[in-house]
Design a protein around this ligand. Structure first.
Ligand SMILES: C[S@@+](CC[C@H](N)C(=O)[O-])C[C@H]1O[C@@H](n2cnc3c(N)ncnc32)[C@H](O)[C@@H]1O
Length: 269
């Protein structure tokens, strides 16, 4: 099937998506945008991209649906185990010192997709924090479909690979066709719609996980997002980005931390 996106439509749509989300479509992934737009037109029973565009600029809900359709939501439990080793051996021991007055830790999983990342964090904190300590995980994404899966907390057998057996028996209920996250973990997480294009209003956080999200942004959108993370974090806090992502050359105030387990970033002041 030939492409139906003309060069000028491609520019128009890619600018709209970029302005609204920071997601950058390069010429190499133009065909993805082409097929997502075809699907939207089919669903809306529309003939032309111009008609659809005039709907999008008026209708915020349809814009959310389009943005959701162009995101990549691939994720898994304990993705990049090295980060969770660093949380166990470095970050949590540090936070136990930093937060000894409050005895409460707040973590944000920004771009949480279908919930595997925030649930992994929550299970790990449940294991690691001593009695008398509490935690909260904020989990946000712009994909409403993904957030619904996260809120539900039900995963078919194929999606729970990587979850250690002891976590599986402790924190999940076995169902006929999959596994349901237990309420004791679910209640520690707040799933919320949030577009990283905007300030979340979060302040004084101890850790931000934003992994495999910045990769879809161009440099300007990455930098703006990282600056908002700086504002959202407390003095003495930590930032984890994806394995293939880096703040190198971005001129930010974050310090690079290299530990035996993983590399990540730190806000010292
Ligand atoms: C590949 S998934 C990564 C999920 C998880 N962090 C991980 O590393 O496994 C990327 C997620 O980022 C979300 N995303 C992309 N652009 C976003 C934006 N502007 N605001 C919020 N979430 C965004 C997508 O909807 C998607 O769920």
């Amino acid at each position: 099937m030939g492409e139906f996106l003309s060069d000028s439509d491609f520019e128009l749509y890619r600018k709209l998506i970029y302005d609204e989300s920071g997601i950058h479509f390069s010429s190499t992934n133009r065909s993805i945008l082409d097929s997502r737009l075809r699907e939207r037109l089919r669903d809306k029973k529309l003939e032309t991209l111009q008609e659809y565009y005039s709907i999008l600029i008026k209708d915020k809900e349809e814009l959310k649906i389009l943005l959701d359709s162009v995101t990549t939501n691939l994720t898994r439990f304990f993705r990049n185990q090295a980060h969770f080793d660093a949380i166990e051996h470095f970050v949590v021991p540090e936070l136990l010192k930093i937060r000894q007055t409050e005895r409460r830790i707040r973590i944000w999983s920004a771009g949480c997709s279908t919930g595997e990342e925030p649930y992994t964090i929550a299970m790990q904190l449940k294991e690691l924090l001593p009695p008398g300590w509490s935690f909260e995980v904020i989990a946000s994404d712009l994909s409403l479909k993904s957030l619904m899966v996260g809120k539900e907390g039900f995963y078919p057998e194929s999606r729970i690979q990587g979850v250690p057996d002891n976590y599986l028996s402790k924190y999940f209920d076995k169902k006929p066709n999959g596994f349901q996250i237990k309420e004791e973990i679910k209640k520690t997480i707040r799933f919320d719609y949030h577009n990283l294009k905007n300030d979340s209003g979060q302040r004084n956080l101890d850790v931000i996980f934003c992994r495999n999200v910045l990769i879809y942004f161009d440099e300007a959108a990455q930098k703006a997002t990282i600056e908002r993370f700086w504002d959202a974090l407390a003095a003495k806090s930590f930032l984890f980005i994806g394995h293939s992502e880096s703040l190198f050359g971005m001129n930010t105030k974050f310090e690079f931390v290299k530990t035996d387990w993983a590399t990540f970033y730190k806000k010292s002041v």
